[in-house]
Design a protein around this ligand. Sequence first.
Ligand SMILES: [Zn+2]
Length: 294
Amino acid sequence: MLGVIETCFKETTLPELPEVEVVRRGLESRIVGQRLLHVIVRAPRLRFPLDSDLELRLAGARLVGVSRRSKYLLLDFARQSAGGDQSGTLLVHLGMSGTLRFEPAAPPPGRHDHVDLIFEQGTLRYRDPRRFGAVLWHPADEGPIADHPLFAKLGVEPLSSSFDGAALYAATRGRKVAIKQFLLAGAGVVGVGNIYASESLFRSGIRPTVAAGRLSLERCNRLAEAIRATLTESIAHGGTTLRDFFGSDGQGGYFQNECLVYGRDGQPCRNCGAPISMIRQQQRATYYCPRCQR
Ligand SMILES: [Zn+2]
């Protein structure tokens, strides 16, 4: 089983930033440096139509790096040919149900195995039963990947040095929207999904319904710190899940098992013992402690 990378999620759990970062690290350690031999596209349509020339553009290119912007994986390929520089970046988004799996000897494809990237030492297979994901090619000569239209409205990366309490404070001024919804919208900071928003707000003692613009700088500092800590711990857990998968049936220890408030309505707060409340904000469940969070 060694050599297999798989992201495994419960049916109802979207791949969030920590899961995507775990996949990125797996790709970086196993595949970077290898040459791509072939591309097989079995479903021409995901969230966006797939480039029909992927094989032509990518075959023979070398994977030189894997980075991440929000929940997009950015696979950088380099290729010099007689026709000039044909380098570029393959953007991969796992959507709601996507997985990437790298195997030295891939089994015959199943119904939802939409794209195979065949490298020198194995096949990276993209599987997406619900087809909300994306696989897009961005040639280097079309400009820096950071300027891609998909990234134009995204907030800062929560684990980057540009994200801190001051940045959060600046981004929330004048905003009447509830802080929980502000976080989920991704325009101020990306990657704080539903679970991580509830958890970070609990850790910083902030009621999810408070208007974003009313948070003091001091509370923004605490929230920014809580967001970084929550995501960092979850990434560490994802790594554990990934390792566990090798010898088990794929049911790793999910971050949810460790949640302080998420999914715990009616159960005692781990801090004060009061029952955790659940409310809905824009159809999404929010969990909080009515006593600890103001
Ligand atoms: Zn409490």
